[in-house]
Structure formats: structure tokens, C-alpha cells
Design a protein around this ligand. Structure first.
Ligand code: GLU
Length: 553
């Protein structure tokens, strides 16, 4: 009489290793007490979701702060949904945000670490060793159901108001005679492999989530598919084998996996593998019209990390923002430790929100603005240059043509106690400063410059006087005094308050006079600090621009 061993050998004749062999091949990691082994396990199905960056960033921090290991595993078993090249692009994007694995998948041709392969499609034999083991135990079996049969089953269960799925009495091949199954396999029939569950949905399984605390979940009783027709495992089975043999201590993943946790617990227990700890991270939500919903890749630009890269949000601003949603005490810590690196903050599971983290683009902007303001001009120059190289080539060419000039522009009201806060992302910069570049200025229609309610003759008179008295050697304060004198010479008040009290007595005030210069030099009324604009343009360019404007007046 054929037994489970015969069935297992028939299905996997070439699998000679055993679970014990794998245990030896992937020994326990030699790490200090308390060191955490975490991972990020993306599927190469397109783009890096902001929620995934959040999960991976935080997972990496847990490993690093505990002296452990963070690795990346590429979960490419869903070949239908795979998008070529997206695995490598995920790694590139993660790198921008400092999420750099100690171990694991690096690219399609490169990986590091002794617990690989780290790409699931290269691990087929490992899964098969474990499935062979389960078949021998009588805890896995071939199922020959067709799609039509499964659809009919679903209909029947719906009609009977029964729990849907493949379980118990509905699991047609669960107790199928071994000889029969072997005959059908020998005849070349299609089949998949299912796990034989011993659970009961009337029972509860207790479990401790690192973030959510003690939970009681309904036991699994579904005979889930563990090996698909294409020879690759399902997520559930790959999770079991990979997190076991890679010795993950903490499975950090999105809360959407919580409902399938009972399956995973049963799988670990059946294989006799120690259960890892689990931390189910909150899903990132968005408020729209007063309602909360998941960040959606179709509706929300901010669902894709690529959006933040394109816009040029500085990584230190974005990471810091993600830390504020990771731990509720982060902001308080930051305010008390302004001079520290954000990586000095110790993350903890119990400070993580349970009911969905809210994504707030305005907050990303305000944190980024705050952080960017305190960057040194030369550092910011390097960052912007790096960003522009990919995302704004025109800007990049201008930067590299004269890096010193660009650094000076960036340094306007920077590197001081209260720096100017005007950029929240790299893409904000060029529109504000482009007028510094002659080719941009030359495109302005100088006849249409807007000097407000003032007569052209008055503007001309003031600009001509400035041309005759220009002095770049003045410091900022003396320069401003010279602007007051210029105002007085032409009937403008040298002080706004004085003007407000007695408007009839003046043509306007000193702000209007500097406004004329502003418009003449930058083409618009609002621009960075005028004193520095003049200093950076230098005497020759300043005079040239003003004279050209005078000629139109
Ligand atoms: N590949 C799974 C996903 O993309 C990973 C979940 C996990 O971290 O275990 O959702």
C-alpha cells in the first residue's frame, strides 16, 4: 500500500535535502542578546508605496538601534504581477532615504549575505523541501480541483450561508486515497499542493502583537494553497520558510496581514518552527472630506515615493516626517534635542499608533522647510545639484556652469541664527531664483514690468539716481540707510509708519523705492533680499539691468 512517503517522493523526486539539512545550512545568527533581525519584503510589482517606505525605514531602524540585521527579500512569486526592473528601482529609491540593507537582494545579479538566495523565485527548492516534509507528515496534499469546481463550491457555500473557502467537508481532496492521487499525478493531471489544517473556526488562538498587544484571533481551518501550479509557493508558505531560515526575529509588516496571521501561526507550529515576533504596522491613511481612507495609488500622488523624489523633498525632511508618524513621542524629543541627529531617537513599538497613521502633506512641507533652512549653503548646493541632475536638467546645467554663483544665491539669509525659510523642496528653488540667470532675465518683457500705481517718470527718476549713486561696498545696514536717503531725495517717506500717518505729504515710502529696484532687477515685486541680489549680481550686471529698464520708461 502506498503511503505519504511514496506520494512525497513521486511529487518531489529530485528534492533530496531535508529540513534538518536546511537548519544546518542556515544556522542561528550569532548576534548579541536583544538584537533584532528585521526585513523588508517588497514585491516587484511596480513602484515603491509611501507606506512601504515607512515600514522599511522603521524596520531598518529597529534592527540598527538594537545592533541587529536588516535585510531585503524580493517576493517575486506572483509572476503575473511582476514588472521587470521594478525590484532594482525599489532598492534605488530606498537608498535615497537611507534604507540600506545589511544583507539581501541588491539587484537581479547581486545579493549579499549567508542566508540567501534572497529572491524568492530562486528559493523554489527550499520551499519544496518543507512541502515534501509536510506531505510525509500527512499535513499537505495534492488538490486536483479545477477553477470551475472552486467557483461552484463558492456558490454552494454562498447559497448555504456558510463560510467560504476550502476547508473541512468542502476540502474535496483532503482525504483522497493516496493511490488515487498518485495515479492522477502519474497521468499528468494538473494539481496544486494544499496545507491540511487541523484548526477549527470555533476556536481562538491567542497571540501577542508587538504593537497591538494581546489579541485573540479565530483559528485557521482553511486548507490553503501552499504550492501553486507554477512550482512557486504562495505568500503564506514563503513567509514561513523564509522568515524561519533567514532567522527574522520580528516580522514587521502592514496590518493588512493581520487577518492571515492564524494561517501563519498554524504553519509555524506544524513545522515545529519557533514563531517569530510580529509587529503589524498601521496603514497610512488620508483624510478626505472628513473621512479617513487608505492612501491610494490611483488617487493620491503622495502614495508613490517617486512623487517625493521628483518634487525634491529633502530626505532629511521626509525621513523626519515619517518618524513623527512612527512614534507619537518623536516630535517632543526633536524639540528638546534640536542639535541631535534624528537617528539618535530610539523607536519603540508601544509608541506606534494603532488605528492608521494619517498622512499630512502640509506637515511634510513644514518639516522639510524647517530642516532645509538650517542646511549649510554648500551642502544644500550639492543636494540640489544631485536632484536637478535627474529631475531638472535645465536647472542642473545652470548650477554646474557656476557652482559658486549658485551657492551664493542659496546663501541669501542662510547660515545665521534665524535663517529665511522659503524652500520646502528642491523644486521650489528655481522658480524663485531663476531671474539671477541672464538668459532668463533676457526673456522678460521689460516694457511690461509692473511698478504698481507709480508714474513711469517717478520710477525712472529714482532708478537714475540709484545708477548714479550705486555703492556695493556698503554693509546691509548702511545700504538700507542709503535707500532711505534715496527715498527722501525723491519725496518718499524714509519710514512706512511716518508715511502711514501722513500719506498726502509723500509720493510713497522707502518700501516703494526698493520695490522699483526689485522689479527692475528680478522682474517681480517679491524676491529674496534685495541687498544680496545686488551683491550677487555685482555692479556691472545690476547697472546693466537697471539701465535697460530705464530705457523702457
Ligand atoms: N510581499 C509582501 C507585501 O508586499 C510582504 C509582506 C511582509 O512583509 O511579510 O506585502
Amino acid at each position: 500500500m502506498a503511503d505519504y512517503n511514496d506520494l512525497a517522493e513521486l511529487i518531489f523526486p529530485d528534492i533530496n535535502l531535508t529540513v534538518e539539512d536546511l537548519e544546518k545550512k542556515y544556522p542561528k545568527r550569532n548576534l548579541q542578546e536583544g538584537a533584532m533581525v528585521t526585513r523588508f519584503a517588497p514585491s516587484p510589482t511596480g513602484f515603491l508605496h509611501t507606506g512601504s517606505l515607512f515600514t522599511s525605514l522603521v524596520s531598518a531602524r529597529y534592527a540598527k538601534q538594537s545592533g541587529g540585521v536588516f535585510y531585503i527579500r524580493l517576493e517575486d512569486t506572483d509572476t503575473k504581477r511582476e514588472i521587470q526592473g521594478s525590484g532594482e528601482s525599489l532598492i534605488e529609491q530606498l537608498k535615497v532615504f537611507d534604507v540600506i540593507p545589511d544583507e539581501g537582494y541588491i539587484s537581479d545579479t547581486k545579493e549579499i549575505g549567508a542566508y540567501g538566495p534572497y529572491k524568492q523565485s530562486n528559493r523554489a527548492d527550499i520551499y519544496k523541501v518543507c512541502i515534501k516534509h509536510l506531505i510525509k507528515m500527512g499535513r499537505a496534499y495534492p488538490c486536483f480541483c479545477t477553477q470551475e469546481e472552486l467557483a461552484a463550491l463558492r456558490k454552494e457555500q454562498e447559497a448555504n450561508k456558510e463560510i467560504p473557502g476550502y476547508y473541512g467537508k468542502y476540502a474535496k481532496y483532503r482525504n483522497y486515497p493516496i493511490e488515487e492521487a498518485m495515479k492522477r499525478i502519474q497521468n499528468g493531471e494538473d494539481y496544486i499542493i494544499r496545507f491540511k489544517s487541523m484548526g477549527d473556526h470555533n476556536n481562538k488562538v491567542s497571540f501577542h502583537d508587538e504593537i497591538r498587544g494581546d489579541l485573540e484571533l479565530t483559528e485557521n481551518d482553511q486548507d490553503i494553497v501552499i504550492l501553486k501550479g507554477d512550482g512557486l509557493p504562495t505568500y503564506h508558505f514563503a513567509h514561513l520558510c523564509d522568515d524561519h531560515f533567514m532567522h527574522t526575529t520580528h516580522v514587521t509588516r502592514g496590518e493588512e496581514w493581520l487577518p492571515s496571521l492564524p494561517i501563519h501561526l498554524e504553519l509555524f507550529d506544524t513545522m515545529g518552527f519557533e514563531r517569530p515576533k510580529y509587529a503589524h504596522f498601521p496603514v497610512i491613511m488620508k483624510v478626505e472630506n472628513g473621512n479617513r481612507r487608505k492612501l491610494s495609488k490611483r488617487k493620491d500622488v503622495e502614495a508613490a515615493v517617486s512623487y517625493f523624489l521628483e518634487q525634491g523633498y529633502p530626505k532629511y525632511g521626509f525621513i523626519e516626517y515619517l518618524l513623527t508618524i512612527a512614534n507619537s513621542n518623536y516630535e517632543m524629543w526633536r524639540n528638546e534635542n534640536l542639535d541631535k541627529d534624528f537617528y539618535d531617537f530610539k523607536l519603540s513599538f508601544d509608541k506606534m499608533s494603532l488605528d492608521g497613521a494619517l498622512f499630512d502633506l502640509e506637515k511634510v512641507q513644514s518639516i522639510s522647510k524647517e530642516r532645509m533652512a538650517y542646511r549649510k549653503a554648500s551642502d544644500l548646493k550639492d543636494e540640489v545639484k544631485e536632484w536637478a541632475k535627474t529631475y531638472d536638467v535645465n536647472f542642473y546645467n545652470k548650477i554646474v556652469a557656476d557652482e559658486e554663483f549658485f551657492t551664493k544665491i542659496l546663501n541669501i539669509e542662510r547660515e545665521k541664527e534665524k535663517p529665511r525659510k522659503d524652500y520646502s523642496k528642491y523644486s521650489d528653488i528655481y522658480p524663485i531664483i531663476s531671474f539671477f540667470y541672464d538668459d532668463v532675465y533676457n526673456e522678460f518683457n521689460l516694457n511690461e514690468l509692473d511698478f504698481g500705481q507709480f508714474d513711469k517718470a517717478i520710477v525712472k527718476e529714482v532708478l537714475e539716481d540709484y545708477v548714479n549713486t550705486i555703492d556695493l561696498s556698503l554693509d546691509e545696514e548702511s545700504w538700507f540707510n542709503s535707500m532711505k536717503e534715496l527715498s527722501t531725495r525723491h519725496g518718499f517717506a524714509d519710514n512706512v509708519k511716518v508715511w502711514k500717518k501722513n500719506k498726502e505729504a509723500y509720493k510713497g515710502h522707502v518700501g516703494d523705492v526698493t520695490g522699483f529696484l526689485r522689479v527692475a532687477l528680478s522682474g517681480r515685486g517679491v524676491c529674496p533680499n534685495l541687498y544680496y541680489i545686488i551683491q550677487i549680481l555685482g555692479k556691472e550686471k545690476t547697472l546693466d539691468r537697471i539701465n535697460r529698464v530705464i530705457n523702457t520708461l
